[in-house]
Design a protein around this ligand. Structure first.
Ligand code: B3K
Ligand code: ZN
Length: 881
């Protein structure tokens, strides 16, 4: 809700948690969906919570300011205005019996709901988004996850406009009504909190399939979309069936309802939502077709379908007691979907992608003004805490538990957790306790990962004692102060280690294995390996066994050695990254000192070797040969020198390209096969290597390669190749060619909304001069819609987060542009506005002039008036101190 300028939104603390005064047994909802209004009647059976000490506490219901209360009655008796009071966003009803039925009629206007929370309209279709606190925009309710009850939902609507009416659970009844209307009734047999409620009403079509569960139950699977998108649902359906099978095999979790539905909507604040039996998806996370979707899009669909499906157990059957526990379901479910994707595709590549995201974006979050632990201790607006820390770092925390306990014991722990807490709303402590009980280990030190923010730094040095054939690793951990927490205790850090002999062989370690998980628990600790015949090269933090920043004094030669020999695929890639980071950091210094840039040959030689090694997985080759991104280099920098980072990365890319162009050309042709498109791992790998080769070739600036890219653009039969060529041409200095391909791409795809988003994104990320003006012009383009989050992300968020040169233009125009957009979005869609703020919140990491310009824009937003809680929280934390 929007706060008057003078009123400070209040902070909510985990330590203040209190159980609800009343429990809900049954919730019956009736929706009359109309064009001008929707009437919602809720009948809720309440009883006093025996777990709540005070018998006097009133019933406190949450209700958004937009709710128009039409009637309130208790056991059939209408309440008058004296019987209750509205206090801000709450409705308080005192003097209640121990159990009663409350009936409440509210009038809402979904057609005017631009925040896309609660019940709203997406392209003429009714849909809902209730997590975290959207249900209070539908009716007055105890809108908190520890209130779980059974739901029955009746929906009445015009039959022609809204032939499809859906809600959670099973369809139990329905029929026609007067005036061209029809009605349906859905019953959900599983108790759930309000945030998992969903409703859909629209003119939708669907694809259908069946799944037979491990116990032989038949489940109907339906995926709904607009008629024009019906040909883009097959991949999601396949992913869904694979997810269902995987969860049975890997976690012993069977689906519980007779039907599972997914609905694709175009207006959605995030990726998708796990509503019980009725997942609602952003079209971008469910539609996939070779002609319109790039490889990474297919992978995203697979991953998000799995993620939402897995929530049926990790989130729905066992849910969160309060929103501070969000990572209980999100961290665990991200871990589950990451393992699923790893099993479906290349495990190492998946790990590299996840760690890249963590190291660039989550580490930056930890170091910024919104830093918070995986289990935050306080918030102003919970929507601001659907973060990389809660999701991605939360996933790493669960991964560490598995690393420490081993796969088998971890599975025992998850079985115990699901059995013990089925149907309950619980905490991250309960999750860890199940793991502790299953393993017989005391996990109290481990729990610091949930309560302490910040990225630990781990410095390691090695010492070899030839006489005693003994190798010692000395470790030191520390964690810098974060915006929300000054001092931290040492974490329990699992450090997976291997030792390589000079020939690249793995030396058997203390227990005979070649990888050992060391448990660092103190600030300083040493680990000794006996019977080590030669001085080894250590492979540390294998598979990124903990979310920390590691320092070890490797020489360039040692990194090249690890790139070639490490049996841990992740560390082979990481050695290449470290080598490149080291070289590029040196060059950034040279650039700043005005010295001529020279690329030492080690990197080129190493890349050449990787390219010529036929035995390597192609996706891995593409990953190894991808230079550290500007975002990663920015995260690593003390102070971000945008021009230096951009120029150095470009220089290194061009130098490598010039040196290895013939090799890249060969790689390009070798992998440019004429074949039917398939999103399988091997085909994706080939395309990624081919397009990486094309990118290096284009970096030479030579016309020949421009022609190659143009040819690929013209002839591609799939979006991956088409978009790769488009991006390379548009981001090149060949401006004429750029406008030709942009125009032709738009002409061809203007009716495919998701493809148009890619077209917007390619222009938004164009590093050439004048990009901001082009972005501003695109705001007026018929393809743009300022109320659609996907369009906002494609144009504005991409420009501000990925186009570092133009966004950080020294004249401040990029910052001003973003602030203007946020001021408008603040009232229209607070969640999106608040997310868009992220690049400006990092103002302290930039040199004085840019920093001052960024800060001034934050200040301008803060006095623009009527700030939403979402924007207020991010702004005030960014400007504090
Ligand atoms: N649980 C939802 C996220 C809801 C975000 C609300 N602001 C999607 C997911 O993580 O699966
Ligand atoms: Zn989730």
């Amino acid at each position: 809700m929007n706060q008057p300028a003078t009123e400070q939104p209040s902070v909510i603390y985990l330590k203040d948690y209190e159980a609800p005064a009343f429990l809900v047994e049954q919730t019956d909802l009736r929706f009359e969906l109309e064009e001008e209004q929707t009437l919602v009647r809720s009948q809720v059976r309440y009883s006093r919570n025996p777990g709540c000490v005070s018998r006097q506490r009133p019933l406190v219901l949450d209700g958004h300011e937009s709710l128009e209360l039409q009637r309130l009655s208790i056991d059939g008796e209408v309440l008058s205005a004296q019987d209750y009071r509205r206090e801000g966003e709450q409705l308080v009803i005192p003097d209640l019996p121990d159990s009663f039925t409350l009936e409440c009629v509210t009038r809402i206007e979904p057609q005017n709901n631009t925040a896309l929370e609660g019940l709203y309209k997406s392209d003429g279709m009714f849909c809902t988004q209730c997590e975290a606190e959207g249900f209070r925009r539908i009716t007055f309710y105890q809108d908190r996850p520890d209130v779980m009850g059974l739901f029955e939902t009746t929906i009445v609507a015009d039959k022609q406009r809204y032939p499809v009416l859906l809600s959670n659970g099973n369809l139990v009844d329905g029929g026609d009504e007067e005036g061209g209307k029809h009605w349906v009734r859905w019953q959900d047999p599983f108790p759930k909190p309000a945030y998992l409620f969903a409703l859909v009403g629209g003119d939708l079509e669907y694809v259908e399939d069946r799944y037979t569960t491990c116990s032989g139950r038949q489940i109907a699977l339906k995926i709904f979309a607009e008629a024009k998108d019906l040909d883009k649902l097959e991949y999601a359906m396949t992913s869904l069936k694979q997810s269902m099978q995987w969860d049975e095999q890997v976690y012993g979790r069977e689906y519980d309802l007779d039907i599972f539905m997914i609905v694709a909507v175009d207006f959605f604040n995030m990726g998708a939502m796990e509503n019980k039996g009725l997942n609602i998806f952003n079209t971008s996370c469910v539609l996939a077709h070779p002609k319109t979707t790039v490889d990474t899009g297919f992978q995203r669909v697979e991953g998000v379908v799995a993620h939402e499906y897995f929530h049926n157990w990790s989130g729905n059957r066992v849910t969160c007691r309060d929103w501070f526990q969000l990572s209980l379901k999100e961290g665990f479910t991200v871990f589950r979907d990451a393992e699923f994707s790893a099993d479906m595709n290349s495990r190492t590549v998946k790990r590299i992608e996840d760690v890249t995201l963590l190291r660039t974006a989550q580490f930056a979050e930890d170091a910024g003004p919104m830093a918070h632990p995986v289990r935050p201790a306080s918030f102003i607006e919970i929507s601001n805490f659907y973060t990389l820390t809660v999701y991605e770092k939360g996933c790493e925390v669960v991964r560490m538990l598995r690393t420490l306990l081993g796969a088998e014991t971890f599975r025992k722990g998850s079985d115990l957790y699901f059995d013990r807490h089925d149907g309950q709303a619980v905490t991250t402590d309960d999750f860890v306790q199940a793991m502790a009980d299953a393993s017989g280990r005391d996990m109290s030190r481990f729990k610091l990962w949930y309560s302490q923010s910040g990225t630990p730094q781990l410095s390691i040095s090695g010492e070899y004692d030839a006489e005693h054939q003994r190798y010692t690793l000395h470790m030191h951990q520390s964690c810098p102060a974060s915006a929300d927490m000054a001092t931290k205790q040492p974490f329990l850090i699992p450090v997976a280690v291997g030792l390589l002999d000079p020939q690249g062989g793995e030396i058997p370690l203390n227990d005979g294995a070649t990888t050992e998980v060391l448990e660092l628990i103190a600030a300083e600790q040493s680990f000794v390996f006996e019977n080590i015949p030669v001085e080894p090269i250590p492979s540390l933090l294998r598979d990124f066994s903990a979310p920390v920043k590691l320092q070890f004094p490797y020489s360039s030669e040692q990194l090249v050695f690890l790139m070639q020999h490490d049996s841990d695929g992740f560390n082979r890639w990481d050695a290449a990254q470290q080598l490149a980071v080291g070289i590029m950091s040196g060059l950034i210094g040279d650039y700043q000192q005005g010295r001529e840039l020279r690329l030492e040959p080690a990197l080129i030689r190493a890349y050449e070797q990787v390219l010529s090694n036929q035995g390597l997985d192609k996706a891995m080759v593409a990953k190894v040969l991808t230079l550290p991104t500007e975002a990663y280099l920015s995260e690593l920098a003390e102070e971000i020198d945008v021009d230096a980072i951009y120029s150095v990365r470009r220089f290194v890319r061009e130098t490598i390209a010039a040196a290895l162009a013939p090799v890249f050309l060969q790689v390009y042709h070798d992998n440019n096969l004429v074949e039917e498109y398939s999103p399988d791992a091997a085909s994706v790998a080939r395309r990624s290597l081919k397009n990486l080769a094309l990118a290096y070739l284009m970096a030479t600036g030579k016309e020949d390669y421009l022609m190659l890219a143009q040819q690929q653009f013209d002839e591609a039969d799939n979006m991956t190749d088409s978009q790769a060529a488009l991006t390379l041409i548009v981001h090149s200095e060949h401006r004429q060619a750029a406008s030709v391909v942009l125009e032709s791409f738009y002409q061809r795809w203007q009716n495919e909304s998701l493809v148009v988003n890619q077209w917007l994104g390619v222009q938004a990320s164009d590093p050439t001069a004048g990009a901001l003006m082009r972005v501003q012009a695109l705001l007026e383009h018929p393809a743009y819609d300022s109320t659609n989050p996907n369009k906002i992300r494609a144009l504005i968020a991409v420009f501000c987060a990925q186009n570092i040169l133009n966004f950080h233009n020294s004249d401040g125009s990029g910052y001003r542009f973003l602030a203007d957009q946020i001021i408008v979005l603040n009232t229209q869609n607070p969640q999106i506005a608040s997310r868009l703020l992220t690049p400006l919140t990092r103002w302290r990491k930039y040199p004085a002039e840019r920093s001052a310009l960024m800060k001034a824009e934050l200040e301008r937003i803060s006095v623009s008036g009527n700030l939403s809680r979402d924007v207020f929280e991010v702004l005030s934390k960014s400007l504090a101190g």
